[in-house]
Design a protein around this ligand. Structure first.
Ligand SMILES: Cc1cc2nc3c(=O)[nH]c(=O)nc-3n(C[C@H](O)[C@H](O)[C@H](O)COP(=O)(O)OP(=O)(O)OC[C@H]3O[C@@H](n4cnc5c(N)ncnc54)[C@H](O)[C@@H]3O)c2cc1C
Length: 283
């Protein structure tokens, strides 16, 4: 094994199911046995070449067929910049529409990932044109200052939300500290409990997960607790064993660098990174 392949396996192998669709399916089966649903994402973003965009769409369509055939029940998660948003909004719409309609036939739910600030509004608009299919949800990032407004817009339109803190660089449009972001996440989460029937709490922040569990004793909503593969798998498994609805975000593909870089930054502390790389994950 060359040094790059070694690094790839060491770093990316922690968070990523593997290079191929078959790796994602194998990992999804393993999680399914632990009663954890998978949200499968094909890695890659900011595509500008039609060839790459078209092959990505095909990848998702093939994946839908495989998930349907095996009755895996997994969700998909797509990024609009891998479906052509940066090249042609029309093409992006056509691609998303195709993926969502095929998914609906196969009984698959499709999430739209949220990316960098400059395409957030376009992403929400695109989502709202597809929401009526009923099998589509969108990610909302609590780190943006006006995330409350965005959340209300989506929820009022009957949308299904996956609430996250946000993974891209902070800017003047975002909160500055983790504390402020966490506080805003708490506010948005409460809004979801009060105003939405079904949503996903996507965080590894255990205090927030525990708060959500307490809220749901009162609100009794259809809540899924979701985490990224390789971060807190054991905790997720424990939640599933207690009977909570859980999901793991499971990326696969060769474009692992951007994704792994974001995860490394989040892990922050060198000792957390090392611990997280070598610790056994339990699922
Ligand atoms: C299911 C799911 C889908 C997501 N989809 C999107 C999306 O579409 N768009 C987007 O911008 N972001 C997305 N994210 C990422 C999200 O925005 C955060 O960047 C990420 O979840 C870290 O924030 P946190 O809520 O876990 O809180 P944090 O405060 O960052 O972390 C909480 C705790 O978890 C630990 N932790 C967090 N990450 C790691 C790690 N990588 N390794 C080791 N420990 C870690 C921290 O040390 C801390 O103790 C998604 C996250 C999840 C779980």
């Amino acid at each position: 094994m060359g040094f790059n392949a070694f690094l790839e396996r060491l770093i990316a192998g922690r968070w990523i199911a593997g290079a191929d669709e078959s790796d994602a399916i194998t990992a999804a089966l393993r999680f399914k046995r632990a009663n954890i649903n998978s949200i499968i994402n094909y890695l890659g973003e900011e595509f500008t070449q039609m060839e790459e965009i078209n092959s990505t769409v095909k990848k998702y369509i093939d994946l839908e067929a495989e998930i349907g055939k095996r009755r895996l029940g997994s969700d998909l998660s797509v990024k609009l910049t891998q479906l052509g948003m940066l090249v042609s909004r029309k093409a992006c719409h056509r691609n998303l529409d195709l993926i969502v309609k095929r998914a609906k036939t196969a009984g698959i739910f499709v999430w739209i990932d949220m990316e960098e600030e400059n395409i957030v509004d376009r992403t929400i608009e695109e989502y709202l044109t597809e929401a009526s299919h009923g099998n589509v949800g969108i990610c909302i990032q609590a780190y943006t200052l006006n995330s409350g407004e965005k959340l209300r817009r989506v929820v009022r339109a009957g949308g299904i939300v996956r609430l996250v803190k946000g993974a891209y660089p902070l800017s003047e449009d975002t909160f500055r500290t983790r504390r402020e972001i966490t506080r805003n996440y708490g506010r948005l989460m409460l809004y979801l409990f009060r105003n939405s029937k079904r949503f996903t709490i996507a965080t590894h922040d255990i205090a927030l997960v525990e708060k959500a569990i307490r809220y749901n004793i009162k609100y009794k909503k259809d809540v899924t607790y979701a985490m990224l593969n390789g971060v807190r798998n054991r905790y997720l498994k424990a939640l599933a064993e207690k009977g909570y609805k859980t999901a793991v975000y499971l990326p696969f593909g060769e474009k692992w660098i951007d994704y792994s870089y974001r995860r490394l930054k989040e892990a922050g502390h060198a000792t957390i990174i090392l611990k997280s790389l070598f610790e056994r994950q339990g699922v």
